[in-house]
Design a protein around this ligand. Structure first.
Ligand code: GDP
Length: 452
């Protein structure tokens, strides 16, 4: 157990019915007792709740409920308390202040979860899923995070890793015999194991395409020349889909984004505020900026103004679109005013025609958008990779194992083979946190919110 007792507000900032302040550490109950008036919390059993006054000296700050969790039966596996007070920022501030005075210190982001991990409550992949669960913006993302939090692929990866460790030890034992020509590790068995691991990791690697879309959404750009109707289309889509217009400062993102959820997928419109601004700027600059944004997208909805466009214009614009190598949908806007012969000629070009302002064929556009992403509802127990770090480690595991196979086929010496196996073990171990460094942990937990 850590010496220091940490404290943080566990519920959202601002005014609410109730706020919960959380403490964890060896002295969590003792420190809470110092500011609590009602009964002696130190004598109370674990998992009990107690009503009383929360005091700073003689001054009562609030009437509160204190929940007690005794090590190891708490989230962090440490002594913990949760103080439920009235949800006023002033009360919260005063209570935290008095707790700091009595020996607690402010928790760092993710520190509760980090302690839970370090005490073996769950592995690293599961700890990361806790944050994903909190930040899930769609039901699919929630389910995927919950599946991962409940174990996901961790057990299987650890089991395969154990088998591989067995071979690594045998090969390293061979090396101890130096000149003697001994082979403890059956090369065919080793190959079979590597095939088995690669089959499993390949499945996980392939699941990332979808997992990433489910967790992070699809960065989408609505592009096109000025006046093509981009803002109008965005507004139409946002109004129809009860958009989430997020403005979450200082948590996961610091820009305002427009998002719509279609078919269980979050489509995030990149910097559309910026796009709106550029309407008044000189056309050349506006187009250039839009092009820069398009490069960051996973999907481009490209609008052509059917009342202003010739076939030659379209060809030129499409050449640029093609060069970006990003999926795009060609949309002819202002179909309400378009020349029917132009529409006829473009029909063969895989266009979709809409009127953004008159809300015509918007449903067809949505269907087209969804046709790029085949997402079935995520079910309990579905295993998929949603985390970029896991994905990269899986790729590196796969590459290391490829080198082992290559080495075996070419009769490379045991020491090199052993090195590549060790590398694969390292990458696998980092996923579940069997192997960690302080940097890795800091990097992961610093992205959590304070109080989690
Ligand atoms: P942006 O510069 O691409 O964002 O274009 P806007 O959304 O500001 O639209 C430019 C002009 O085209 C505005 O006057 C819109 O009302 C008009 N407009 C947008 N969509 C349509 C449409 O479907 N039909 C017609 N007739 N006008 C439209």
């Amino acid at each position: 157990m850590f010496e220091e007792t940490i404290v943080a507000l566990a519920t959202a900032q601002g005014i609410s019915a109730i706020a919960v302040i959380r403490l964890s550490g060896i002295d969590a109950i003792a420190i809470t007792q110092k500011v609590f008036q009602g009964k002696n919390l130190l004598d109370q059993p674990s998992h009990t709740i107690h009503f009383g006054n929360l005091k700073d000296g003689d001054r009562v700050i609030d009437e509160v409920l204190v929940s007690i969790f005794k090590a190891p039966n708490s989230f962090t596996k440490e002594n913990s308390t949760e103080i439920s007070c009235h949800g006023s920022p002033v009360i919260v501030k005063e209570i935290i202040k008095v707790l700091l005075k009595h020996g607690a210190r402010l928790a760092l982001p993710g520190e509760f979860t980090k302690r839970a991990f370090l005490h073996g409550r769950f592995d690293l992949a599961q700890a990361e899923a806790v944050a994903d669960l909190i930040h899930a913006e769609t039901d699919n993302a929630r389910q995927a995070a919950l599946n991962q939090m409940r174990g996901g692929f961790s057990k299987e990866i650890n089991a395969l890793r154990e088998e591989l460790i067995h071979f690594a030890s045998l090969i390293e034992l061979e090396l101890d015999f130096g000149e003697e020509d001994v082979e403890f590790a059956d090369r065919d068995d080793l190959k079979q194991l590597i095939y088995k691991i690669q089959k499993y990791t390949r499945g996980l690697i392939d699941s990332f395409d979808l997992g990433n879309v489910i967790k992070n959404g699809v960065p989408t750009v609505i592009a096109g020349k000025p006046n093509a109707g981009k803002s109008t289309l965005l507004n139409t889509l946002l109004n129809e889909e009860k958009a989430i217009v997020s403005d979450i400062a200082g948590t996961t993102r610091d820009v305002i984004e427009d998002e719509i959820i279609l078919g269980g997928i979050n489509f995030r419109f990149i910097d559309t505020a910026g796009l709106r601004e550029t309407q008044d700027t000189i056309e050349a600059i506006g187009v250039e900026r839009t092009r820069e944004r398009m490069k960051k997208a996973s999907l481009i909805i490209y609008l052509f103004d059917l009342t202003q466009t010739t076939l030659e214009d379209i060809k030129a614009e499409e050449e640029h679109l093609l060069s970006l190598n990003i999926p795009y949908i060609k949309v002819g806007n202002k179909v309400d005013r378009a020349d029917p012969t132009l529409i006829e000629r473009l029909t063969a070009e895989n266009f979709i025609f809409i009127s953004a302002s008159e809300k015509i064929y918007i449903h067809e556009l949505k269907e087209k958008i969804l046709s790029y992403f085949h997402v079935n509802a995520v079910k309990t127990g579905d295993v998929m990779v949603t985390n970029l770090r896991h994905y990269q480690n899986l790729l590196q595991t796969h590459e290391s194992l490829d080198r082992v196979l290559e080495g075996l086929d070419h009769g490379i010496t045991g020491d090199i083979v052993a090195m590549d196996i060790r590398q694969a073990l390292h990458y696998l171990g980092e996923i579940t946190g069997t192997i960690t460094t302080d940097d890795l942990l800091d990097n992961i937990f610093s992205k959590f919110c304070i109080g989690k």
